[in-house]
Design a protein around this ligand. Structure first.
Ligand SMILES: Cc1cc2nc3c(=O)[nH]c(=O)nc-3n(C[C@H](O)[C@H](O)[C@H](O)COP(=O)(O)OP(=O)(O)OC[C@H]3O[C@@H](n4cnc5c(N)ncnc54)[C@H](O)[C@@H]3O)c2cc1C
Length: 85
């Protein structure tokens, strides 16, 4: 579910559902800011790199389905998501 929140740093529990068909959420939109410090710039940049790598691969395979893009969520969880949780 998408909601509009402005003027804050989202420091709740990270979303475990950040991809859909043709869609990958990164940064604040995916609640990737560090819940202890509120720092979200570095995490957003790391997530962007992971998402870009997965996007290139998905486009080359002509498969931007949710299942295909789940690879981004897997990499994020393995990299930073687990630590933040
Ligand atoms: C007061 C404050 C202080 C902070 N201090 C720090 C800090 O010191 N260190 C740190 O690491 N993090 C800090 N953060 C958190 C950090 O700013 C965010 O986590 C980070 O910027 C998230 O990056 P993002 O790309 O996801 O979102 P954003 O940086 O918010 O980028 C989203 C962009 O999308 C644009 N946009 C929105 N809607 C649309 C639309 N419909 N069409 C086109 N464009 C649109 C917005 O204008 C914006 O430029 C702070 C946050 C706040 C609020």
């Amino acid at each position: 579910m998408l909601t509009l929140v402005t003027g804050n740093v989202p420091v709740g529990i990270a979303s475990d559902d950040i991809v859909s068909d043709g869609l990958m959420l990164i940064g604040d939109g995916a609640r990737q800011a560090d819940p202890l410090t509120g720092g979200g710039i570095a995490n957003a940049m790391i997530a962007a790199q992971l998402a870009a790598e997965v996007a290139v691969d998905a486009v080359e395979r002509s498969d931007t389905s949710r299942d295909s893009l789940k690879e981004y969520q897997r990499r994020w969880t393995k990299d930073r998501g687990r630590k933040m949780a």
